[in-house]
Design a protein around this ligand. Structure first.
Ligand SMILES: Cc1cc2nc3c(=O)[nH]c(=O)nc-3n(C[C@H](O)[C@H](O)[C@H](O)COP(=O)(O)O)c2cc1C
Length: 243
């Protein structure tokens, strides 16, 4: 349809990177592209930590569940929801700030994700590959300590960036009919069933990590146990109290 839409539709996560470095000017440009994202009430409730320290990168790779590409990618960024900056700015004007509202957690997390996705798209437009790393929430307290994150800031996810050293196939997405509903919510089990057939074929045929499964079966570990049950207490401790 156009180059931007083609780029968006050709996204695939990259987990093997060449040794080629990302110039600092390009990295800054990517972050500025991220900052161009819409932001709730202009609050810009995010900070990004570029983890350059090699020992810290190795440690984060382990803390994220043994994800080696955290250490081997050209640049590793941790996207943090940051309610410290805007609340303190408001306080400096004399406002009596109320902290710890659930809405603030949502605002900061959504802002951070929108910003990060702009960075991802900008990076891909420059020929870079990316992989989000939600695995940092396996051990969010250790990650926060390592990055010296203050209260009211929490690490939402990491992102590996670098020049791709493999070319994985684009992973299919659900049929658009399941996602785009007209006027009212409609059931979509039939589309999911069709998608399971698509995904089974994809997993059988793809060039690496083939497996005998489909989308619905692949979701099992996400939903048949309590995923990262530490997150609630962790967020409360960081000042995101969900009041
Ligand atoms: C918030 C978020 C966290 C993710 N965390 C990880 C991760 O820790 N490790 C990983 O290898 N991939 C991670 N991914 C990548 C997803 O597995 C991937 O986007 C999904 O399987 C779709 O594949 P694709 O990106 O190649 O289209 C994450 C993606 C998102 C959006």
């Amino acid at each position: 349809m156009n180059d931007v839409i083609d780029l968006l539709k050709s996204h695939r996560s990259i987990r093997k990177f060449s040794d080629r470095a990302i110039p600092q000017e390009l990295l800054v440009e990517l972050i500025q592209a991220g900052q161009g994202a819409a932001t709730s009430s202009h609050v810009q409730a995010y900070s990004v930590i570029h983890v350059k320290n090699a020992a810290n990168r190795e440690l984060i790779a382990e803390l994220a569940g043994g994800q080696g590409y955290v250490a081997s990618c050209a640049a590793f960024l941790v996207f943090c929801a940051d309610m410290k900056r805007p609340t303190e700015a408001s306080e400096r004007t004399g406002a009596k700030v109320v902290r710890g509202m659930t809405e603030q957690l949502l605002v900061a997390t959504v802002d951070t994700a929108l910003m990060a996705q702009n960075v991802a798209v900008a990076a891909e437009s420059e020929g870079l590959g990316i992989c989000y790393i939600g695995g940092i929430r396996n051990n969010p307290q250790e990650i926060s300590d390592l990055l010296r994150l203050p209260k009211h800031v929490y690490p939402v996810f990491g992102m590996c960036l670098g020049y791709p050293d493999h070319a994985p196939e684009v992973k299919p997405r659900l049929p658009v009919e399941a996602i785009l509903k007209e006027d009212y919510y409609t059931e979509d089990a039939a589309q999911v069933e069709a998608f399971d057939t698509t995904m089974r074929a994809y997993y059988q045929a793809r060039s690496s990590s083939n497996k005998e499964t489909d989308w619905s079966h692949n979701l099992k570990p996400l939903f048949d146990n309590k995923l990262r049950p530490h997150m609630r207490d962790f967020l409360i401790k960081r000042g995101f109290e969900m009041k």
